[in-house]
Design a protein around this ligand. Structure first.
Ligand SMILES: Cc1cc2nc3c(=O)[nH]c(=O)nc-3n(C[C@H](O)[C@H](O)[C@H](O)COP(=O)(O)OP(=O)(O)OC[C@H]3O[C@@H](n4cnc5c(N)ncnc54)[C@H](O)[C@@H]3O)c2cc1C
Length: 589
């Protein structure tokens, strides 16, 4: 056992220069005992070395425990669960003494947020290695190679990453902003979602709870029904618009007056990639996003198939890093502004924005992505944001604690959401219209779902109705095979049934396919109805307006993946360079 770790609250408060006794908005957060890192290995030399190395780096914040077998480890883990002591990670060898799959399954039940790390011998790259199966089926979250040899690279870096992930799943030590509002109320939900997109440590307080009432009173807004944001700086915003929140956080919400080389509309992976490449290659670049950057990817709890992240990366981490990168390269990022129209102006284009002056740009990349299709059940539409959600938010795991959650959909995003929400929900039911999941979902996810005890899959079933007073309380499901209709208790419904492109704002200015996706390159020239004004053919990703490109999901025929959105965003920048050179040449003539 290590010496008593230092208080995390006091360190954070010191850093924020907030007196510990008053914390942020007047309340001291409770001091929790330090979380546990648990090592289980039957080989004493590896066990002791790992525990010692972990202690050396993490011993001030975490209690390091070492056990020789699964039995004694589980005794300790049960004790921690009974006293609500947090366990951040459990490192275990894949030997019989360490309990293998059954041990990891029990760890998950006892400590749903603990990262389960398999210790893998170097040189054991065979596909049959139990660690491969454990990671693929979601029975483990990470791995460490033994021996780790270079401690910084092979031990401390991966452990720091997995602890950062774990920390994001916990109530923060210090709340930079507090949201006080009604649970399941749509505006409150939207604000929480917006703030969680940028990973800001936030606390949520129900306005009808004693704590919530006290905070409202202290902020001088007691009695309000509207959501309230109380920032650590002392600023209080009552039912703020997104642009007020963005301003409060220091983001720009208006573009510069000068024309830019490249305007990017949409701040998902495609738009962010275009901003990074455009700005890094010296183009005066403006990115306009209607909400907070991240797009769909920003709502994904874990992206496991993005190159270079063998144990996955949260969508929020990936996209906030990209935002920082774009900013460091000099891109101007304008948040909380929707593009509402585009028209030729001079040699380039003028892009109208809602609530802000237009952007003048020589070239444009449209990366506005897609939005989820509606279920079309009026009773459920009325409860949107009040228990009914489109797409799954990474921030929602805490909101469904002990709840009966339902997900409609059969794609990878629905599968990921089910795995993620199952960590905290009492049960997660995946409602699938088709006969099997394998047709639309990756094999690794299907396996993971099958092995998650509180996930139920209902095939050949549809949600046909539902309701609730102020928020969702029940759903009506129809089993299409048996022809049976059933009412079930439901606290939350996530609808993930396909997408509609965000292109209505383009009106008739840009050629689109029958579903609204933007036609580019060859697809454009195959359409008779739209004339192309230049002698050369449109470039790959170029729309019916020369110099206006489409990137990511919004493009006709796009592969709806993060990597392809990033790839097409960067290719579009290359094409913008070609167009700028072409414009420069014609200006000389
Ligand atoms: C829950 C979930 C999980 C997923 N998991 C994976 C995964 O594991 N692996 C994978 O490869 N893919 C995954 N995907 C798919 C992937 O996230 C998308 O393919 C990718 O985000 C597409 O990027 P994009 O930039 O083209 O569009 P989007 O991500 O849709 O971003 C478009 C952006 O444009 C903004 N916008 C729209 N209209 C306007 C306007 N008029 N003005 C200004 N801004 C506007 C939107 O607010 C949004 O931020 C997942 C998707 C979801 C929803």
């Amino acid at each position: 056992m290590g010496s008593r770790p230092h208080s995390r609250v006091s360190r954070a408060a010191r850093w924020l220069r907030v007196p510990q006794s008053v914390s942020l908005i007047g309340d001291a957060l409770p001091e929790n005992p330090s979380p546990v890192l648990c090592v289980v290995h039957d080989a004493p030399d590896v066990r002791d070395l790992l525990a010692d190395d972990l202690k050396e780096r993490f011993g001030r914040q975490y209690e390091i425990e070492a056990h020789s077998d699964a039995h004694t480890a589980l005794e300790a883990l049960r004790r921690h669960a009974s006293t609500a002591r947090a366990v951040s990670a459990v490192f275990s060898a894949d030997t019989e003494a360490c309990g293998g799959e059954a041990f990891r399954a029990t760890v998950r039940e006892l400590h749903p947020h603990a990262r389960r790390v398999v210790l893998v011998g170097r040189g054991e790259w065979s596909k049959a290695h139990p660690a491969v199966a454990a990671l693929r089926s979601g029975q483990a979250e990470s791995y460490i190679f033994v021996p780790w040899v270079l401690r910084e690279r092979w031990l401390y870096l991966p452990v720091s990453e997995l602890l950062a992930d774990w920390e994001a799943s916990q109530r923060p030590d210090v709340e930079v902003v507090r949201v006080i509002g009604r649970e399941w109320e749509p505006r409150t939900h939207a604000l929480r979602e917006l703030l969680s997109r940028i990973g800001l440590p936030l606390g949520f307080y129900r306005s009808d709870s004693p704590e919530g009432r006290r905070l409202l009173e202290r902020a001088g807004v007691n009695g309000t029904e509207a959501p309230v944001l109380a920032f650590r700086t002392g600023a209080v915003l009552v039912d703020p618009s997104f642009d007020r929140v963005a301003n409060q956080l220091g983001f720009a919400t208006t573009p510069d007056e000068h024309p830019c080389d490249l305007a990017i509309i949409g701040g998902g992976p495609a738009g962010l990639a275009a901003a990074v490449y455009g700005a890094s290659e010296g183009l005066a670049t403006v990115l306009v996003e209607q909400e907070m950057v991240g797009g769909q990817a920003g709502t994904s709890s874990r992206i496991r198939n993005y190159l270079g992240f063998p144990t996955g990366v949260s969508g929020r981490d990936l996209t906030t890093r990209a935002l920082e990168q774009a900013w460091f390269f000099g891109a101007r990022v304008v948040l909380s502004r929707s593009a509402t129209g585009i028209a030729p102006a001079g040699a380039g284009y003028r892009i109208e924005l809602a609530g802000a002056p237009p952007v003048a740009a020589r070239t444009v990349i449209v990366a506005t992505g897609v939005t989820w299709r509606r279920l079309g059940v009026p009773a459920l539409e009325a409860l949107r944001g009040a228990g009914v959600f489109y797409g799954a938010a990474a921030s929602d795991a805490a909101a469904v604690t002990d709840a009966q959650a339902f997900i409609v959909g059969a794609g990878n995003s629905a599968g990921q959401a089910a795995v993620h929400l199952a960590r905290t929900a009492a049960s997660v039911t995946l409602v699938v219209r088709g006969e099997r999941l394998a047709a639309s979902m990756s094999d690794y996810l299907v396996r993971e779902l099958e092995q998650t005890p509180n996930v139920r899959i209902r095939l050949r079933t549809e949600v046909i109705d539902g309701g609730g007073a102020a928020r969702l309380s029940h759903l009506t499901l129809r089993d299409n095979e048996e022809g049976i209709t059933e009412e079930v208790t439901a606290d939350a419904l996530y609808v993930m049934i396909g997408a509609h492109p965000h292109t209505d704002w383009l009106g008739g200015t840009v050629a689109r396919d029958e579903l609204g996706y933007i036609l580019t390159g060859e697809d454009l020239t195959n359409q008779d109805s739209h004339s192309w004004p230049l002698a050369r053919p449109p470039m790959l990703q170029e729309s019916s307006l020369p110099g206006v490109f489409a990137a990511g999901d919004v493009r006709h025929g796009s592969v709806k993946r993060v990597a392809s959105a990033v790839g097409s965003g960067s290719i579009a920048v290359q094409l913008a360079h070609i167009r700028l050179a072409e414009m420069a040449r014609s200006a000389c003539h």
